[in-house]
Design a protein around this ligand. Structure first.
Ligand SMILES: [Zn+2]
Length: 251
């Protein structure tokens, strides 16, 4: 049951039929891993802690740099050279004392994924590189853990939900079969604006809340945002039977 304090605090969420007290309890019981605590991980972790998610695991091996500050809104100049996961965990714990927060101050590898994924209900990919994206996708398929992927560069962003509990769900690898040679566009090479990350991070947090509260959340739908024309585009995807991560050939 929700406490009287929780009923009051989350009343604007629980008054919605699609959330209700049950949904709020589900959020309180949820354990969520956020991979990357930079431009996307900052707003995502803030929104999930604020919405009442009970346990957050924050993973990032990077340190805070001056050039991060225009978009990584939890950090200030006093935090420069500190680890991102540790710093965000400290700040969130102060702001949301009811949320259990664990910092993982290193880059996730296969071993860490195998350790943490069985402990969580959901993973949010807020990383900024393709290698981590493929690793998390593979690991979520292995452990049948749902995954909300977000990415943004320049004025553009994308969001995709992969839910391996559903046999029809396509994965990130279905969409982008891995190619070692593909040039990687990232914030270092083509820049990024903070509000684009807020939009994509906000959508990731919304998808996470819908999924955790048992609401319909859309698999096989790639959402692309163009911040210049202010337009969203949705593309239907299909699971690729030939995908060696989630398809028949993976067996
Ligand atoms: Zn796949």
């Amino acid at each position: 049951m929700l406490t009287t304090q929780e009923q009051l605090k989350y009343s604007r969420q629980t008054m919605m039929k699609k959330i209700g007290a049950q949904g709020q309890l589900a959020l309180r019981n949820a354990k969520v891993l956020i991979v990357g605590v930079g431009g996307l991980g900052n707003p995502v972790s803030l929104y999930l802690a604020a919405a009442g998610v009970g346990s957050l695991y924050l993973a990032d091996g990077d340190i805070i740099e001056l050039s991060n500050l225009p978009r990584q809104i939890q950090f200030s100049e006093a935090d420069i050279s500190q680890n991102k996961a540790d710093t965000a965990a400290d700040k969130l714990s102060e702001q949301f004392p009811d949320c259990n927060i664990e910092a993982i101050d290193e880059m996730l590898d296969e071993e860490l994924c195998d350790y943490y994924l069985p402990q969580v209900d959901l993973v949010l990919d807020c990383s900024d590189n393709i290698k981590t994206r493929y690793l998390i996708n593979q690991s979520c398929i292995n452990h049948k853990t749902p995954l909300v992927i977000g990415a943004a560069t320049g004025f553009d962003g994308q969001q995709l939900l992969v839910d391996p509990r559903n046999a029809q769900s396509a994965c990130y690898h279905c969409l982008f079969p891995a190619s070692e040679k593909a040039p990687e566009n990232n914030c270092q090479t083509i820049g990024i604006l903070g509000p684009v990350l807020a939009i994509i991070g906000g959508m990731q947090a919304l998808q996470a809340i819908k999924l955790l509260t048992g609401n319909d959340s859309q698999i096989n739908q790639l959402n692309l945002y163009d911040g210049i024309s202010n337009q969203w585009q949705q593309f239907k995807m299909k699971k690729q039977e030939s995908c060696y991560v989630c398809g028949k050939e993976s067996k």
